[in-house]
Design a protein around this ligand. Structure first.
Ligand code: 6R9
Length: 685
């Protein structure tokens, strides 16, 4: 950890006063937790007496086939929660609600084409899940088998996930925009015997040849015996392998619509999450439900949760499926993209489906904000109560836009920090005073420690910066890395003895609020000064024209490493560079016209000055390149690894041989950006 010097994060003079939560509408359902004092009392209990705290909650919130007698067993990464209890996730998410409220809407599906949507009741959901579960059983899928699901965002994807949970199979959901190669890798890693897919997908008005990609992937997947094909578009000319492939609709027509639930141990694995992490049944479900309830103040009787992310990302699994359905609420599944057919699509959906809870990745919000307020203004967003972002720091500017333009200053706007591995730090809606840019206070069961990286000692008290670790065990922590427990222990549990290591830098400010400072591997060493890329990005983002920024370190003969910045610009600037219009800039940017124009030069100078004054002359960027988009994963994380290689000049052309130097680009959401990035770097180098 000696690469990391916490003094690079200088947050304290930027420790703003907290903003009180907005007043609650008179007709809003009552808060679960009514005061900050109550939160503090419960939080203390959750970390001081975790067995009592989680035991009580697990008993009251989950339905058990056989109730546990032991709450927690083991320590330091080798941990089991409720180990002698038996339950089933699908039973908890479907059956128990179908019995009580069979006609209540469980899922709203909004298709790629606006206006086309369906409502699926709990009764119908139970039937569909059972049918798929029986199909899987008929193909020999048993408890512990891994099923790959490569479907577009259709209700059948949720049926398939819950069908797996019902029979104890482990689902590996692969985003249907991933390449054949990425799919193949995931299938082979988990040795899947069955793949569930669709003939084609529709996304943003375009057709995706899903089945064709599966066929390509399966050329080198020995383990797969069956491919179940859901007919999304009904395009019959898709290739069909007579013995291996089976139509979804034909197979379910052979099955009865009830399938008994497998009794699963609370500790049975149920999802192989991305990153190869394994979650177990009861702990994971419980925490999805509890965060939906307490962080988002989600009331299943009346609220509609619209979590606008892919189901292949843990956030989608947790807040499209397991959180809201575990509580018996209504959840939206969205097939399209936020800009189809126009950048108003989200707001249209909020209006027409009366979304109360809107969750999204900050990157999407920054992109929409960049396109201008005119796309938001005509819509009635009065159904919204809570807006949540996760996955990346949201930053005060984008937070402010969400608060003002979307939430109209009457919604709780929450920045939730968590990882695939665990659920961790977030404000409680309508309760925790917010500081834009801070994830605020820990969730129940999370006892954060700020660790001094070189000594590994805990930094007690407030106004400290270091590495974020978690001291106490809690139920939703991922239990292992698939087939590699020793790596799991060494990555997460051994770095700082007795603590779970997050890999993120953190500041606990003078009020005890947590500020996530970015991944520790994103640190640049300029002439011995260690800089966090996030710090430079925040400085760039303070410049009004800058929409997004990604900063990487490149080798430099003099300084060791130098700061290299990629930025995108806003469409509707309210900028001090008054001579420039946003159109000029974007046009200049899009057409690929030489970036060496007066316009871009002036912006680049201003941005450079911004960094210099905000951080110090040593941080002055070596290069700032204006680009139309940044390379991101589906969940909106900037792939700095690719930018680092491109910025260092190792990739000179867009020819295959050169691009292959970038390594695995399968998680990139849009590869068409790569040639543009490469040429922009070489434009002026
Ligand atoms: C849910 C998810 C985890 C990493 C995490 C951190 C970053 C997530 C954040 C945040 C700042 C937030 N991260 N939420 N950084 N503020 N509110 O994203 O899981 O894909 O595993 O990523 O994302 O760096 O360590 P995952």
């Amino acid at each position: 950890m000696d690469e990391f010097d916490p003094s690079v994060f200088v947050p304290l003079e930027r420790n703003p006063a907290s903003i009180p939560p907005p007043p609650r509408a008179p007709d809003a359902p009552p808060l679960y937790i009514t005061s900050l004092d109550e939160y503090h009392t419960l939080w203390k209990e959750s970390v001081n007496r975790p067995e009592k705290f989680w035991g009580d909650i697990a008993r009251s919130e989950l339905t058990w086939f056989r109730e546990f007698t032991t709450v927690c067993f083991g320590r330091d990464g080798d941990i089991a929660w409720f180990p002698d209890g038996f339950m089933n996730i699908a039973y908890n998410c479907v059956d128990r609600h179908a019995a009580k409220t069979p006609t209540k809407t469980a899922l709203i599906w909004e298709s790629d084409e606006p206006g086309q949507h369906i409502h699926i009741s709990y009764g119908e959901l139970l039937k569909q899940v059972c049918l798929v579960a029986n199909v899987l059983k008929s193909f020999g899928v048993r408890k512990g088998d891994v099923v790959a699901i490569y479907l577009p965002m259709v209700p059948e994807l949720v049926y398939a996930m819950l069908a797996c949970a019902r029979i104890g199979a482990i689902h590996s959901v692969v985003f249907a925009g991933f390449s054949a190669e990425a799919l193949r890798e995931r299938i082979n890693d988990a040795k899947c015997r069955v793949v569930i897919t669709a003939d084609q997908g529709r996304r943003g008005g375009k057709t995706i040849h899903t089945k064709r990609l599966v066929d390509e992937a399966l050329l080198e997947c020995r383990s797969v015996e069956k491919v179940i094909v859901f007919q999304r578009t009904g395009e019959f000319s898709i290739p069909f392998h007579p013995t291996r492939d089976a139509w979804w609709h034909e197979e379910i027509s052979k099955q009865r619509p009830y399938c008994p639930c497998e009794w699963l141990s609370a500790e049975d694995p149920f999802t192989g999450a991305p990153k190869g992490l394994l979650h177990t049944s009861a702990g994971y479900l419980l925490c999805c439900m509890m965060t939906s309830k307490y962080v988002f103040d989600y009331h299943p009787e009346s609220d509609v949760l619209g979590c606008m992310v892919d189901l292949g990302w843990i956030t989608g699994a947790s807040y499209i499926v397991y959180g809201p359905l575990g509580l018996g609420g209504t959840s939206l599944i969205f097939e399209s993209v936020p800009t189809y057919p126009s950048p108003s699509r989200y707001w249209q959906i909020v209006q027409s489906h009366h979304i109360s809870h809107f969750l999204v990745a900050p990157t999407t919000i920054r992109a929409l904000r960049r396109l201008g307020d005119q796309h938001v203004e005509p819509f009635d967003l009065s159904s919204l109560r809570v807006i949540g972002t996760t996955g990346e720091p949201i930053g005060p500017d984008a937070w402010g836009w969400l608060n003002k333009k979307i939430g109209k200053e009457r919604c709780s706007v929450l920045d939730a920090y968590w990882q695939t591995e665990a659920i961790m730090i977030a404000p409680l809606a309508f309760l925790t005073p917010t500081k834009p840019g801070s994830a605020t206070l820990p969730f129940f069961g999370i006892d954060p420690a700020v660790i001094e990286p070189s000594s590994g000692k805990e930094l007690k008290g407030n106004s400290v910066t270091g590495v974020l670790a978690i001291k106490s065990p809690w139920p939703s922590i991922a239990r292992t890395l698939y087939s590699n427990h020793s790596r799991y222990i060494s990555t997460y549990m051994r770095t700082f003895t007795g603590c779970y290591f997050t890999g993120d830098g953190v500041t606990r400010d003078s009020d005890g609020y947590y500020w996530i400072r970015g991944r520790l591997d994103d640190v640049i060493n300029v002439s011995g000064h260690r800089l966090s890329t996030q710090e430079v990005e925040s400085a760039l983002l303070m410049f009004p024209l800058c929409a997004e920024a990604a900063v990487v370190g490149v080798p430099d003969e003099v300084t060791g490493q130098a700061v290299f910045c990629f930025v995108t610009l806003r469409e509707q600037p309210n900028a001090p560079v008054s001579a420039l219009t946003s159109r000029d800039l974007l046009e200049n940017n899009r057409t690929g016209a030489s970036s060496d124009t007066l316009l871009s030069r002036r912006i680049i100078q201003a941005l450079s000055h911004q960094v210099k004054t905000a951080i110090g002359p040593f941080a002055t960027p070596k290069r700032i390149v204006i680009v139309p988009e940044l390379p991101k994963t589906r969940s909106g994380k900037i792939l700095r690894r690719l930018l680092r290689i491109i910025a260092s000049g190792q990739v000179k052309t867009s020819l295959d041989a050169d691009v292959s130097k970038l390594g695995d680009v399968s998680t990139l959401s849009d590869t068409s950006i790569l040639p543009i990035l490469i040429s922009r770097v070489h434009d002026k180098a």
